[in-house]
Design a protein around this ligand. Structure first.
Ligand SMILES: Nc1ncnc2c1ncn2[C@@H]1O[C@H](COP(=O)(O)OP(=O)(O)OP(=O)(O)O)[C@@H](O)[C@H]1O
Ligand SMILES: [Mg+2]
Length: 254
């Protein structure tokens, strides 16, 4: 019976106004995001309270339009909330200026998107090098680190290929190498297998497993229950609020 009621964190959507505890890398309190569309308002998030500890592996699920990508963008500091608080690695994000925010985002977070978001005219190596160019890493170190990141995803033989000379799974591996090149502690992936066949998707998920076992925190948005099963915790969003927060079957079986 205990298994059926297993909940890894607090009850869904209880207040987190007290901020982060030791070991928590992501804490949101009453996070709202409202998009203004002319005279209409779209409440994409309506008070999300979430706590994620270091080295957790979390899947976020929920119907289309429920607010998953909006939440990922806020967690990744790609956008700011309309209301509420967000602490990333203990920092209250609303108190950081733009430079500090860019620095913490660059250092702490690696983003992987459904559509890969690679530069079409650049080689795999150059795509992976880009985040290092943005943060001013010297050229020689840049190349070494980009090569190492590509090797870590098994693409050492494809470094000089451009995205249209790679398979979908290889493109996503380039995007993962790009997300890893700054050695972030948190990997955010929004439908990383959404454009891949199931076998290639499983290969990408094996990479996430490996990253998780090396100590990274992983948060992954997916529509597919099979993919969510790779995670240890499944958070469900409906209409902009957290509707469920449970151990995955895999975690329960451990
Ligand atoms: N830039 C924007 N401007 C206005 N409304 C937006 C914007 N981005 C998202 N929305 C709206 O906010 C709501 C949540 O969108 P979001 O992209 O977070 O959903 P999602 O859960 O990721 O859906 P999907 O599974 O289809 O990717 C939707 O109703 C969407 O129409
Ligand atoms: Mg989305």
């Amino acid at each position: 019976m205990a298994i059926e009621t297993a909940v890894l964190s607090a009850e869904p959507n209880t207040s987190n106004a007290g901020g982060p505890h030791d070991g928590e890398v992501i804490v949101t309190d009453n996070l709202w995001k409202t998009y203004e569309m002319g005279d209409q308002q779209v409440h994409a998030l309506r008070g999300v309270n979430l706590r994620i500890r270091h080295n957790e592996y979390v899947a976020i699920m929920g119907p289309s339009g429920s607010g998953k990508s909006t939440l990922m963008n806020l967690i990744g500091c790609l956008d700011s909330p309309s209301q509420g608080k967000y602490w990333l690695n203990g920092h209250d994000v609303s108190e950081l200026d733009d430079d500090e925010l860019a620095r913490i985002r660059n250092k702490e977070i690696g983003f992987v998107f459904q559509t890969f978001n690679l530069l079409a005219r650049a080689t795999a190596l150059h795509n992976v090098e880009l985040p290092l160019i943005y943060n001013g890493t010297p050229a020689s170190e840049r190349i070494d680190r980009a090569k190492a990141a590509l090797e870590s995803v098994g693409l050492e033989s494809r470094m000089m290929h451009k995205p249209n000379e790679l398979s979908g799974g290889q493109r996503q591996r380039v995007a993962i190498a790009r997300a890893l090149v700054n050695r972030p502690s948190i990997i955010l992936a929004d439908e990383p297998t959404g454009n891949l066949d199931s076998k290639t998707g499983d290969e990408i998920m094996a990479l996430f497993d490996e990253l998780h076992s090396k100590g990274n925190t992983i948060i992954l948005v997916t529509h597919e229950p099979d993919i969510a099963e790779f995670a240890h915790r499944v958070v469900t969003i409906r209409d902009g609020v957290i509707a469920g927060d449970n151990a995955s079957t895999r975690a329960r079986g451990q």
